[in-house]
Design a protein around this ligand. Structure first.
Ligand code: FEO
Length: 576
C-alpha cells in the first residue's frame, strides 16, 4: 500500500493503492475530513472514493474520483498504468464524487471506450463536453477483458441515481457497486474487518441514501441473485466488503423489505445534478422515512412517463423539486412535470421546493395549479435562494417527518384502539422520570421531552433512552454524537414540560424563551432543570418503532440536593 498527502495545509487528502485480487487493484482516495453536509447530512467520519483497475488482456478502469483529488489521483493512476493502455472506462454512476475526473482521464486516455447505462452516457455528455467512444450496457450484458475477466453488468437504477450499474467480474467474484452497500467511513483499513465499528455508519448511510429507494434496492438485489457467488463487494465509498458480504447484504434486504411494507407512500421527484435538487429531496425523503410512510424517489430527467403515472397513482403524497423553466435540462424534465400534473388526484397532498438551480420553474403558478386540482399543501412552498445550510437541511428533514406523520396519523389511531384494555392498563403501571434531552450539533439543534430513560451500566456510567424513530432529535443522536439529559424537578417541571411538548414548526428554535447555558459538549443545559448529565451516544439498538440509545455519561451536576425528580405516572401503556 502507498499513501501520499496532497496538501497538509488543506483538509487531509491521501491516497492508497492495493491489489485486492488477481489482476485487480484499488485506488482509494481518502477524504479524512470531508465536511459534514457536503454529501450526506450527518456525515462524521470522512469518506473515500474508490476506483479500480482490472487487468485482463484488456484493461478496464471502474470509476474515477472526486475532482478535489485531481492531482493526487492522476499521479497515482499514471504511476500504476499507462493511460494509453486503458481500453474501457466503466462508469457506475455519474455523480461527481465518482466521475469528477472522467474528463481528465479521457484526456489522458482518449482511446478508452466509456461503458455505462444509457442514462449515464447521456448525463456524461453534459459533464465531459468532448466526444468519446461509448458502449451502452443493459442488465445481463457482458464484456470480455480476456484472461478470465468477463465483466457482467447489473442494472441498479435509483441506487441512488437512475444511471447506476453494478459490474461483476467473473474471474474474481468481485461485484463493483459504487454507492450501494457503501458507507462514509475513512480509515486505513481497506476491508470491513471491524463490523462493530462500521455498523452505525453502514446503517446511517443506508437510511440517508438507500431507504428512500428501498423498492429499487430489492429489485437490484434480485438481479444480483442471478450472478455466481459474490466474493467481495467493491463499493465506491468506505471499506470494501470482504468479511461480511452475506451479513451486510442481508441487512440491506431486511431493511428494504421493512421499508416497502408501509401502506402509505410519498413520491419524491427531483432533478439529478441540478442546483441542490437531489440534496434537498434527500433530506425531505430522509425525514419521511423516519415515519411509517414509505418513499420512492424519481429523477425527473430520466423518468419514464408510464412509471411516473404509476408512481403518482400509488402515492398518497408528492414532493416535487422544481425543474428548470428553460435550458437543456428543462427539455428533459418538463414532460415529466406535465405527466405528474395529469396523473394527480384531489385526495393527495403535495409539497413543492425550489432548488436554487438559478432557473427554477416559478413556484407560485405551479402551487396554484395543484391547488386548482384540489391537492392539499403538505407545506408552504420552500424557496431556496442560497447554498443550503445545515439548518435548512434540518428544516427539510423535519418537513418530511411532519408530512409522513400527517399521512400516517389515521392508520395509527386505529392501531392504538385495538389494544386489549387490561393489558394497556397493566403496561401503564410502568412509571418513569421526566427529562428533556437537548442537543446541538453544528448549526443543528433539537430538544425532546423523554420519559423512557433508565440507568444501564456502572462502568462506564451509562443509561439508555428510548427515542421514537420519527423524532426530529433522533438525527442528532447517532453514535458519536453528544447531548445533555436535563432532569426535571417535581413541582417545577410543568412549564418546561409544556414548552417542549409544543408542536414546533420544522426548523423552529426549540430554545426561544428558555433559559439555557452551554455544556462542555456544546449542547444546552436548561437552567431550570434539577440536574443535568453530559452524554456521548455509544451504541443504538433498533426495537420496532423506537431506537434504544445507549449513552455514557461524561459530566453532570445537581442544582440543589434536596430536589426530587419529576415522575410520570400513566393510565395506559400504549402511549407515553
Ligand atoms: Fe457517491 Fe451518489 O455518489
Amino acid at each position: 500500500m502507498v499513501a501520499a498527502v496532497a496538501n497538509p495545509q488543506q483538509k487531509r487528502l491521501t491516497i492508497a493503492v492495493e491489489a485486492i485480487a488477481e489482476e485487480v487493484t484499488t485506488i482509494r482516495s481518502l477524504d479524512w475530513d470531508r465536511d459534514r453536509f457536503d454529501i450526506e447530512f450527518g456525515l462524521q467520519n470522512g469518506t473515500t472514493y474508490n476506483s479500480f483497475i482490472i487487468r485482463g488482456d484488456k484493461t478496464a478502469l471502474v470509476d474515477t474520483s472526486h475532482a478535489k483529488f485531481r492531482e493526487l489521483y492522476l499521479k497515482t493512476l499514471t504511476g500504476e498504468i499507462d493511460p494509453k493502455t486503458i481500453d474501457y472506462l466503466v462508469i457506475s454512476h455519474t455523480e461527481p464524487d465518482h466521475s469528477g475526473l472522467v474528463r481528465d482521464v479521457l484526456e489522458l486516455a482518449p482511446q478508452a471506450t466509456v461503458v455505462g447505462a444509457k442514462v449515464a452516457i447521456a448525463f456524461l455528455e453534459d459533464l465531459v463536453h468532448r466526444p468519446f467512444e461509448r458502449l451502452i450496457v443493459k442488465n445481463g450484458d457482458t464484456l470480455e477483458l480476456g484472461n478470465g475477466h468477463t465483466l457482467e453488468f447489473v442494472s441498479a437504477p435509483n441506487l441512488h441515481w437512475p444511471d447506476t450499474i453494478f459490474t461483476y467480474d467473473h474471474k474474481t467474484g468481485i461485484l463493483f457497486t459504487c454507492d450501494a452497500f457503501g458507507m462514509h467511513f475513512c480509515s486505513d483499513a481497506t476491508y470491513d474487518e471491524d463490523l462493530e465499528v462500521l455498523s452505525p455508519d453502514f446503517r446511517f448511510y443506508y437510511e440517508c441514501l438507500m431507504a428512500p429507494n428501498a423498492r429499487s434496492v430489492l429489485a437490484a438485489m434480485k438481479r444480483m441473485d442471478a450472478l455466481p457467488p459474490v466474493n467481495m463487494i467493491a463499493t465506491g465509498h468506505g471499506p470494501l466488503l470482504r468479511y461480511n458480504v452475506a451479513e451486510l447484504t442481508g441487512r440491506y434486504q431486511r431493511w428494504s423489505q421493512e421499508k416497502t411494507k408501509a401502506e402509505d407512500l410519498v413520491a419524491v421527484f427531483y432533478v439529478s445534478d441540478y442546483g441542490y435538487s437531489d440534496r434537498l429531496s434527500q433530506a425531505l425523503a430522509r425525514g419521511i422515512t423516519k415515519t411509517s410512510v414509505a418513499v420512492e424517489m424519481m429523477d425527473m430527467r430520466s423518468a419514464d412517463p408510464q412509471e411516473v403515472t404509476e408512481l403518482v397513482n400509488r402515492a398518497k403524497g408528492l414532493v416535487i423539486g422544481l425543474p428548470p423553466a428553460s435550458g437543456p435540462i428543462a427539455n428533459e424534465t418538463q414532460a415529466t412535470l406535465g405527466t405528474i400534473l395529469a396523473a394527480v388526484n384531489g385526495k393527495q397532498t403535495v409539497g413543492l421546493f425550489e432548488s436554487y438551480g438559478g432557473n427554477d420553474e416559478p413556484i407560485d403558478p405551479l402551487a396554484n395549479k395543484f391547488q386548482d386540482l384540489e391537492l392539499a399543501a403538505a407545506f408552504a412552498p420552500l424557496r431556496v435562494k442560497d447554498t443550503p445550510s445545515e439548518a435548512l437541511y434540518q428544516r427539510c428533514e423535519e418537513m418530511g417527518t411532519d408530512l409522513g406523520q400527517a399521512l400516517a396519523q389515521a392508520g395509527k389511531m386505529k392501531k392504538l384502539k385495538s389494544l386489549d384494555a387490561d393489558l394497556e392498563k397493566a403496561l401503564g403501571r410502568i412509571s418513569s422520570g421526566l427529562y428533556i434531552i437537548t442537543a446541538q450539533k453544528g448549526e443543528r439543534s433539537g430538544a425532546m421531552l423523554a420519559s423512557w430513560v433508565s440507568q444501564a451500566s456502572f462502568q462506564p456510567l451509562g443509561f439508555t433512552v428510548a427515542v421514537a424513530k420519527d423524532r426530529a432529535i433522533e438525527s442528532l443522536m447517532q453514535v458519536g454524537d453528544t447531548f445533555v439529559l436535563n432532569v426535571l424537578e417535581e413541582g417545577k417541571h410543568l412549564p418546561l414540560m409544556k414548552h417542549f411538548l409544543k408542536r414546533f414548526a420544522p426548523g423552529a428554535d426549540r430554545f426561544a424563551g428558555v433559559r439555557t447555558r452551554p455544556a462542555t459538549n456544546g449542547s444546552p443545559i436548561l437552567a431550570d432543570a434539577l440536574a443535568y448529565l453530559e452524554c456521548d451516544v455509544t451504541s443504538r439498538m433498533e426495537v420496532s418503532d423506537h431506537w434504544i440509545v445507549y449513552c455514557t455519561v461524561q459530566d453532570g451536576k445537581v442544582s440543589h440536593p434536596d430536589g426530587l425528580t419529576a415522575v410520570h405516572h400513566r393510565k395506559v401503556g400504549n402511549y407515553y
